[in-house]
Design a protein around this ligand. Sequence first.
Ligand SMILES: [Fe+2]
Length: 406
Amino acid sequence: MAHYRALGRLPRQRHTQLRDDDGHLFREELMGEEGFSSDSSLLYRRGVPSAIVDSQVWELPDQSRTPNHPLKPRHLKLHDLETGSCPVEGRRLVLGNNDVRIAYVVTGTDPSPLYRNAIGDECVFVEAGSGTVETVFGVVPYRAGDYVVVPRATDHRWVPAEPSRLYAIEANSHIHPPKRYLSRFGQLLEHAPYCERDLHGPQETHQVEGTDVEVLVKHRTSAGVVGTRFTYATHPFDVVGWDGCLYPYTFNIEDYMPITGKVHQPPPVHQVFEGWNFVICNFLPRKVDYHDLAIPVPYYHSNVDSDEVMFYVGGDYEARKGSGIGIGSISLHPGGHAHGPQPSAIEASLGVQYFEESAVMVDTFAPLELGEGGRAVEDPAYAWTWAGRGPDSAGDDGGPAVYSNS
Ligand SMILES: [Fe+2]
């Protein structure tokens, strides 16, 4: 995120002394990615950021994964998933691989514990609800439709103002705008569907007094994803100023400017972010193809190199009648198997001027496996909906996945 920001108190030059009115020297901390070779910020703290007084195991919720074997398209009904109410500890793993994990939680209004993901950046899509995310960089408000991007190792906590549905995309890498949207110096280009004005970072620093403060840290060992409960000597929200290009921010899907065409445009035009070995796209209300003979719904496609996860978050789903897909659904269309609309949906789409649907898509380049949360809410009949019959039925008219963008 090569977009410089500065908040609070800073020395005029980096790596020089900054003192409070009593002469107390603030501690400078560089928080940087890829060693010292990528984006970073300099933070000025009252306390010592490395001062821990205890370290205990934090038992994570079930992180087990089940391979998609035998291979099937999957339909997972997230709105049927019962989760814990904590925005962090209540998350249930829905899908995952060694590059990215997707978890889901329906929160209450209690704040989460202080939390840090030491594995990678988080991009949390807010399906519903509002509140704030308090971070070491300052407070970021969130609302429905926001992606909340929290850089790896950022101390933060979620403070819902109302119950919130959070779709957490947890990377093992960094999440950033697609490189092709960026100038060689990192500015968002004219053909990008959003620009820096649409990215909202903290507006002021956020400081809290405290001693012996717990922070939950998600990290990795050879055994996979694990957790540790650190106790810090003083509260980590002690930053009086920071500057740099590394900080949390939000982007709302309302501010995304869809790219449309004379004929059907492929999913990359809907891309919003990318991480290592996966991309995030959003399909949003837009005018559709304007060629006289255009077919607005997609052609069948076999994404030989990727698994495709659609999360349906808004719009008119009449066109999907029979497939079982509705708002709150996830479809997983795995690599190595074609998918697309049913023939009747193709005919029905001819002449359509506008699509109302909203969906968030994650495409991975390694196969996804089912988390325990995904396994708990699977619709087992989905795989047969294109054929209208499967091994356990003589046939019905349940048809096909017809989402216009899938
Ligand atoms: Fe697709």
